[in-house]
Write a new protein. Structure first.
Length: 76
């Protein structure tokens, strides 16, 4: 058994999925997706590690803990 973090193809929400299951429903938009066809963002051996990984990814996306995305400045 392995746990993976994937992204919902419809709304982009991060999902935690068990690879023993074939599909996973998104808790945000209710879309059901085949997890074996989705791009895996991360994988772990335990659900606890996967939850930590998912939280870390969400924090990075939100700019928490000193992470700041870099944006190129364009001259107008």
């Amino acid at each position: 058994m392995m746990f993976v973090v994937v992204r919902c193809p419809r709304c982009g929400e991060l999902l935690l999925a068990n690879t023993d299951n074939r599909t996973r429903s998104c808790q945000k938009c209710n879309h059901r997706a085949d997890i074996h066809t989705l791009k895996i963002i991360g994988r772990t051996d335990t659900a606890a590690e996967a939850a930590i990984l998912m939280r870390t990814i969400k924090e990075k996306e939100a700019g928490v803990n000193g992470f700041t995305p870099s944006f190129k400045q364009f001259k107008s």
